[in-house]
Design a protein around this ligand. Sequence first.
Ligand code: 5GP
Length: 118
Amino acid sequence: MTDYDPGNIFARILRNEVPSARVYEDDEFVAFKDIAPKAPVHILVIPRHEGTTAPSALLESDAGWMGRMVVAATKIARAEGLDERGYRLVMNSGPDAHQEVQHIHLHILGGKSLDSMA
Ligand code: 5GP
C-alpha cells in the first residue's frame, strides 16, 4: 500500500512512541482502550504489520490475518465479560464512515445496550 503513513497514531502506539492502555497482544495483533470511548467498553484491535490503511484496501491475500483479527476480537470481548449481553464489532472505511486513523482497525463496543442499527 503506497499511501500508508508510518507516522499515523496507531503505528506510533505499536512502536510505544505513544502510550496506550493495552488489554491484549499476541504475535499478530495488539488491542488497547479507545482514548475517547463511545461505550463503557471500547477497545481497538490492530494488526502489528503496517501497510493496510483501511478495509477498502484489503486484498484476497489478507483474508487469513483478517479472519484471525476477528477471532482475536471475540476472545478479547469474552475476556472483557461481554459474551452474555453481547457487543458490536465495527470497522470504518473512508470519509463517509468518518475513519480517522489510516491503520486498519476493529472496534469492540459493549457494556451497555447499544443504539439499534435498524
Ligand atoms: P476510526 O474513526 O478511524 O474508525 O477510529 C479511530 C479511533 O481511534 C477513534 O475512536 C479514536 O477515539 C481513537 N483514537 C484516536 N487517537 C487515539 C490515541 O492516541 N489513542 C487511543 N487509545 N485511541 C485513539
